[in-house]
Design a binder for this molecule. Structure first.
Ligand SMILES: Cc1cc2nc3c(=O)[nH]c(=O)nc-3n(C[C@H](O)[C@H](O)[C@H](O)COP(=O)(O)O)c2cc1C
Ligand code: SF4
Length: 475
């Protein structure tokens, strides 16, 4: 153990990013020189479909896009029969803090294509789509080239490798709406409609794209498939934990010295990711809070750094692993301002279809604006919390909860800071009872040895405050 950082020396375990340092990996020849497409050849020529589905189920590979649902189970839910079935690869990646799919597609597009081709064979699927975030122009161009190469080499198209199985793969560029990453909104967008979430059930595996059974998986989930089929479920389970097998590409950003993507075994201490691999906060600063699974996850604090980075441990700690994107806030970050920024994002991206999300995100933004302007009272913090409670679990999709969960944890865990920001913002330009702005130098000592501003601040928050609380409002 490192006595300074408390880290245990976790290093990366690169499976998906193994050859990512080779700039030519995106070319089919280079990918094949590392053994790429060997597994697809075996799958299409020799392997039994039932064996592959079983192996995917046994591996325990969980979805890497947010919900963590077992991938093999989804494949097994697809009905057997002659109807047209579809695969949609979710490459929308629009959650603040997430940038791992971008790297996977940019550096190793053929790994994803091979994963899609094997999954399509396992699910008896003839049409596949990669729905890629509109802003990911460069990655979409790289995918277009890789798909063309795969067609040319006979890994996509008609009668692939003489197997009798056909697969058409289309790269579809989204228009840049976060909600289109929600799986059913993604289906509507692919069908050419406005991307609005659908009611579930029916789930996409039963009734998805164009009404047909559809397998929807994240880029990272599908990129794991060639490795699971090549090496088997037991090998995959030798990484990670019982309930979270395998590795995870974790995007780490915010107040750390080495932001980036790190591929580690699931279950390593979160401290090793933030303080070890990402280098911790800048010299002289402390961690205050972090989102462990993208901006939609309930925030954790410095006390939670030793929690294992796994689906189950994060859930036990009251948060979630989500897309595996850690955003770090150090002691220079104002939590109320961070809450406002988070709420504004979800308010902007709400599709407006259901009331708790449409009205709740709007309300929350307005209330948090009152907080940072110093116009709120401590009672407003209780109202913000109760609005979040009324959003969680009451929306058509999870976007509403995605704002409510982090905002409510921030208000509850950092309530003192919210009160101090209200007080200091109020005093920075607080109108006095006769309508004049408070004097900037109006800090002459009053009763109890504190100035009138401090007395007013304390009246606002209803308890004594440290002097200098107004400095917080400057962040
Ligand atoms: C608002 C919203 C946005 C989402 N955005 C993404 C996304 O960009 N990429 C992704 O893979 N999953 C996203 N998801 C999760 C998907 O709905 C779905 O669970 C996932 O694509 C399934 O793939 P997986 O099982 O491989 O994780 C989002 C969900 C919600 C509610
Ligand atoms: S929760 Fe928000 S984004 Fe989701 S359907 Fe309702 S309004 Fe639309």
């Amino acid at each position: 153990m490192n006595p300074e950082t408390g880290t245990t020396g976790t290093t990366e375990t690169r499976i998906l990013l193994r050859h990512a340092g080779d700039p030519d990996l995106k070319k089919i020849g280079t990918y094949r020189s590392y053994g790429g497409y060997n597994t697809q050849e075996r799958a299409y020529r020799e392997l039994e479909v039932d064996w592959m589905v079983n192996e995917l189920e046994e591996s325990g590979l969980r979805g890497r896009g947010g919900a963590g649902f077992p991938m093999g189970k989804k494949v097994s839910f697809l009905p057997h029969g002659d109807e047209a079935k579809y695969l949609c690869c979710n490459a929308d990646e629009s959650e603040p803090g997430a940038f791992k799919d971008r790297e996977l597609m940019q550096r190793n597009p053929h790994q994803l294509i091979e994963g899609i081709a094997i999954s399509s064979l396992a699910g008896d699927i003839g049409h596949a789509f990669i729905f890629i975030r509109g802003e990911y122009d460069r990655q979409a161009d790289i995918l277009d080239e890789a798909v063309a190469e795969a067609y040319e080499a006979g890994y996509l198209g008609k009668n692939i490798l003489g197997s009798g199985h056909d697969l058409e793969l289309v790269v579809h560029r989204g228009a840049g709406a976060y909600i289109c990453g929600e799986e059913t909104a993604l289906l509507d967008a692919l069908e050419g409609k406005r991307g609005n979430p659908r009611l579930k059930p029916p789930f996409p595996a039963v009734q998805g794209l164009y009404g047909g059974p559809t397998l929807i998986n994240n880029v990272e989930t599908l990129s794991n498939v060639p490795h699971v089929i090549a090496n088997g479920a037991a090998w995959f389970r030798s990484f990670g934990t019982e309930q979270s097998p395998g590795t995870k590409v974790v995007s780490i950003s915010g107040k750390v010295r080495r932001p980036g993507n790190y591929e580690v075994e699931l279950g390593v201490p979160t401290r090793d990711l933030i303080m070890g691999l990402a280098g911790g906060p800048p010299e002289g600063h402390e961690i205050k809070a972090f989102y462990p699974g993208g901006s939609s996850s309930p925030v954790l604090t410095a006390d939670d750094l030793d929690i294992a980075y796994s689906f189950e441990a994060m859930a036990e700690a009251g948060s979630m692993l989500g897309s595996g994107s850690i955003i770090v806030a150090d002691d220079t970050v104002s939590i109320p301002h961070m809450a406002l920024r988070t709420a504004r994002f979800y308010h902007h991206e709400s599709c407006g279809k259901c009331t708790p999300c449409r009205e709740g995100t709007n309300w929350t933004v307005k209330m948090l604006e009152r907080v940072v302007r110093g116009e709120a009272t401590p009672m407003d913090l209780d109202i913000i919390s109760s609005v979040q409670k009324n959003i969680i679990g009451h929306c058509l999709c999870v976007l509403g909860d995605s704002m409510a969960m982090p905002v409510s944890t921030m208000v509850n865990k950092f309530r003192d800071e919210f009160e101090e920001v209200i007080a200091s913002a109020a005093m920075a330009g607080f109108p006095t009872e006769d309508g004049r702005e408070a004097e900037a130098d109006g800090e002459a000592p009053g009763p109890g040895g504190v100035g009138p501003k401090q007395v007013e601040r304390e009246r606002l928050v209803g308890r004594p405050l440290p002097t200098g609380a107004q400095e917080l409002s400057e962040h």
